[in-house]
Design a protein around this ligand. Structure first.
Ligand SMILES: [Fe+2]
Length: 372
């Protein structure tokens, strides 16, 4: 083989790896959908492979409307008003809850119940069949909706975040050409100044097997650390960045709706209703511990990420079924989707994402003081 040919091939590889790795940092995108990967024809009319989408009103669109930067607002925590006996939430028993029928007291109790239990899967719900505006009205009791900077949204409803892979989408194969796994522990859009609290995700259409969602309890992750280590984490803050997500969208020829931002949050945040402390870092969006040099920051963050990812004994795995609505508190949990179902099968979910307070920290207390 001629040397010049070898050199050119190596150079090509170097250039293509450089292009792929550019701007990624620790941000990882297993679900990189865009208009070009959404086969609307097959989604609406069915194809040889799959029936039409069950909820065409929820098909994703990427319009090019730009939104102004978020301004701060006074968040109200409804979990604080809840009756801790949950008499409204469970008026029809634990399995009889129909979220859309809850009164305001029931909704307050839902916020507290979810904050205490971190993630709750409600089965046989009618959420997906409600007019989209009604579902949004329900969720917005908890706070104004977050408009995602890059994801697809139903026509006319930019405040709904969609997770959608067309039945004809084969990008999973491409993804695993480059990565060994699709696990992406994160808490949603933690780069915002006021990230989400009580959050809703509901299934519209799903594969017969696979596509579960992992959730981790970040209060328990904090408690597993020794008191001396916890004490060291208190007072530390970290930068969370939305820039890489926006850059990844641009790189795949998609859109971003708002100029990307970075914000600083405490590494240990306190929940306003329960007073519980939770680890609040994630490899998707957290970039640097403020005041630490890069190597110092990388080392400590890597330990915390490994701690979160490896602790299968503080995680649960939600299996989706028709009618399932999962409600979780983004302030005290981390989660990850899993890309493990067959290419050629549709998966379609909608998320309602009320924004909450700016993360805050309360002082470290010893386990002995906590008991008192
Ligand atoms: Fe998420």
């Amino acid at each position: 083989m001629a040397p010049s040919l070898v050199e050119r091939t190596v150079d090509d590889i170097a250039e293509s790896v450089h292009k792929k790795d550019k701007n990624q940092s620790s941000y990882k995108e297993a679900f990189s959908q865009r208009a070009a990967t959404t086969n609307y024809e097959a989604e609406i009319n069915s194809s040889e492979k799959a029936p039409p989408a069950k909820y065409p009103n929820y098909l994703p669109y990427w319009d090019d409307v730009k939104y102004p930067p978020y301004e701060s607002f006074d968040a109200y925590e409804h979990g604080k008003d809840a009756d801790p006996k949950f008499s409204n939430l469970f008026a029809s028993g634990v399995t009889g809850v129909q979220l859309s029928k809850l009164n305001r007291a029931g909704q307050d109790e839902l916020a507290l119940f979810v904050a205490q239990h971190k993630v709750v899967a409600f089965r046989a719900q009618d959420f997906a069949d409600l007019p989209i505006q009604e579902a949004l009205d329900f969720a917005e009791y908890y706070g104004p909706s977050h408009i995602h900077q890059t994801s697809g949204a139903p026509k006319g409803f930019p405040r709904v975040h969609l997770v959608h892979r067309s039945a004809s989408d084969t990008t999973a194969k491409d993804y695993f050409e480059e990565r060994t796994n699709s696990v992406t522990w994160h808490t949603d859009v933690s780069f915002e100044m006021q990230p989400p609290g009580t959050t809703f995700l509901y299934l519209l259409d799903g594969p017969p097997a696979g596509g579960d969602t992992l959730f981790g309890n970040m209060v328990e992750a904090y408690k597993r650390l020794s008191p001396k280590f916890r004490k060291r984490l208190h007072g530390l803050q970290a930068v969370h960045s939305g820039h890489e997500q926006a850059q990844a969208a641009t790189a795949r020829g998609s859109i971003y709706r708002r100029e990307p931002v970075s914000n600083v949050h405490p590494i240990v945040r306190t929940h306003p209703a329960t007073g519980e402390k939770a680890l609040y870092v994630n490899p998707q969006f957290t970039r640097r511990i403020v005041g630490f040099k890069k190597e110092e920051s990388d080392y400590l963050l890597k330990f915390l990420y490994d701690h979160i990812a490896l602790s299968a004994d503080l995680q649960c795995r939600v299996k989706w079924a028709e009618g399932t609505v999962v409600v979780w508190d983004n302030r005290v949990t981390a989660h990850s989707a899993i890309l493990d179902w067959q290419d050629g099968q549709r998966r379609h979910l909608a998320r309602l994402t009320p924004r909450a307070e700016r993360p805050f920290e309360t002082p470290f207390v010893t386990p002995e003081q906590e008991v008192k």
